[in-house]
Design a protein around this ligand. Structure first.
Ligand SMILES: C[S@@+](CC[C@H](N)C(=O)[O-])C[C@H]1O[C@@H](n2cnc3c(N)ncnc32)[C@H](O)[C@@H]1O
Length: 218
């Protein structure tokens, strides 16, 4: 019996947002193989995952889309809040991580795709509009056109009351692509809240953006 099938670590019994040792190893292996795609050395901590997941409504039938779920540290925290009638779609680029997510987070509809195909994935799943988008893809490492393209699709997919969140490392906000990302969020959303978590190495910057603006309002 592997750790992931053992009761204590099974998807239904694990602590939401908590990463197992096996997941740390898997994350590190993937990061060493594809450093620019993963963009981090360790999964998001339990404390940060729980803070990020606060954007998930606990009532109704919300649709939550997660870009880059990785080993699932945010996915578990999202599930902890998501009502039974809610829907959780995860879009992950790495094939090995997709297999891991399907085995360990069966409630999430895990799609092996690039976030750049967000609209196509939603169309194929019959999802019209999205209430919450949680992202931890390495925004500041993306080429400019990819960053713009994915953000535009997120923006278009959200309901007027929808929420967009992004996790980046704090030092990345001083790079040109990091600065550009921040500027795009401020021009695309009516409200942009920024939360820094210093007890993380490197410190994490967490954007929470509400009320997507129409093109004419930007
Ligand atoms: C920094 S890790 C975050 C993983 C996890 N959500 C967490 O918080 O620990 C970034 C993840 O995004 C995935 N990723 C990177 N670029 C992507 C893209 N264009 N489309 C979908 N997933 C992507 C990587 O494979 C990796 O799993």
């Amino acid at each position: 019996m592997t750790a992931q099938h053992h009761g204590r670590h099974s998807p239904t019994h694990r602590t939401p947002g908590r990463t197992t040792l096996a997941e740390y190893r898997r994350f590190l292996r993937t990061a060493l193989r594809s450093p620019a795609t993963v963009g981090a050395a360790t999964p998001t901590s339990q404390a940060v995952s729980r803070t990020v997941a606060q954007v998930v409504p606990r009532t109704g039938s919300p649709v939550v889309v997660e870009l880059g779920p990785g080993t699932g540290s945010l996915s578990g925290a999202i599930h902890h809040r998501l009502p039974e009638s809610g829907r959780h779609v995860g879009i992950e680029l790495d094939e090995g991580l997709v297999r891991h997510l399907r085995a360990n987070y069966p409630r999430m509809e895990t799609i092996h795709a690039d976030a750049r195909d967000l609209r196509g994935v939603l169309d194929r799943l019959g999802v019209g509009a999205v209430d919450v988008i949680v992202t931890s893809i390495p925004w500041a490492l993306l080429p400019e056109d990819a960053q713009e393209d994915i953000l535009r699709q997120c923006h278009e997919a959200l309901t007027p009351a929808g929420v967009f969140t992004a996790l980046t490392y704090l030092p990345m906000q001083h790079t040109p692509t990091g600065r550009r990302f921040g500027t795009r969020l401020h021009s695309g959303f009516d409200e942009v809240l920024i939360h820094a978590t210093w007890r993380n190495l490197p410190p994490i910057l967490h954007y929470t953006c509400r009320r997507p603006l129409q093109a004419t309002e930007q």
